[in-house]
Write a protein that binds this ligand. Structure first.
Ligand code: DX5
Ligand code: ZN
Length: 217
């Protein structure tokens, strides 16, 4: 399985964003957390920042929309050049139409589940998506502890993807470090978002390499 490492810029220095992004050029995707202070109790960045990021990096942008009204905004992120746009299952009105709209705009479609959201209700729509994000913390903030009890959901997701011959990437986000990434990889995840483990490290490039090595073990 190809491992994808996706540093989250949530913990980066926003005053030097281009440099922070350049420092993780060896990663696979760049994870961009969009929060609206409604779906989650935090406010981060929006479309103008993504449009600017697209101009300064070749890394595929992975936009994680933690917002209340993804139907209004998601396609805009695709049009801004995002490679993958993930919406939350809890917020999306018509998940199949959402995926189709993202595809029409040239992006991969991602569906994210908060820790309390069971996968079972979403198995039928999974085939319309390219990425399934299993949150391993409550969305909203970086630096929280990895929820190992989400690994059952990851295992079920992996089984659904494999038995259904789907090409869905199983992504985990929250508390991923050199220690926890092995647990998530073992459970069947193949895309790993890491914020503080990368940007709180003295050498972010080395942190990415270490995460990759641990995930591939
Ligand atoms: C949390 C965000 C994450 C966050 C992860 O709601 O979705 O992407 O940046 O941060 P760490 O890796 O520090 O848990
Ligand atoms: Zn995220």
């Amino acid at each position: 399985m190809t491992v994808l490492i996706a540093p989250s810029i949530l913990n980066a220095d926003f005053a030097h964003l281009a440099d922070e992004v350049a420092a993780v050029a060896g990663a696979d995707w760049l994870h961009v957390d969009v929060m609206d202070n409604h779906f989650v109790p935090n406010l981060t960045l929006g479309l103008p920042v993504v449009q600017s990021l697209a101009k300064v990096t070749d890394l595929p942008l992975d936009c994680h929309l933690m917002i209340e009204d993804p139907n209004r905004w998601a396609v805009g992120y695709a049009e801004a050049g995002a490679h993958n746009v993930t919406v939350h299952a809890e917020a999306v009105a018509d998940p199949i139409a959402m995926a189709a709209d993202l595809h029409a705009a040239g992006a991969r479609a991602g569906l994210s589940l908060k820790p309390g959201t069971p996968l079972e209700a979403w198995t039928d729509v999974l085939k319309h998506y390219d990425t399934l994000l299993v949150m391993t913390v409550e969305p909203g903030f970086g630096g929280q502890a990895f929820m190992a009890d989400m690994m059952d959901k990851v295992r079920t997701a992996r089984r659904l993807v494999d038995t259904g011959h789907l090409t869905v990437v199983v992504q985990v986000d929250g508390g991923i470090s050199a220690d926890t990434i092995e647990i998530a990889a073992e459970a069947g995840a193949d895309c790993f978002v890491a914020g503080s483990a990368v940007y709180s490290a003295a050498d972010p490039a080395l942190a990415v390499a270490r995460l990759r090595a641990a995930a591939e073990r």
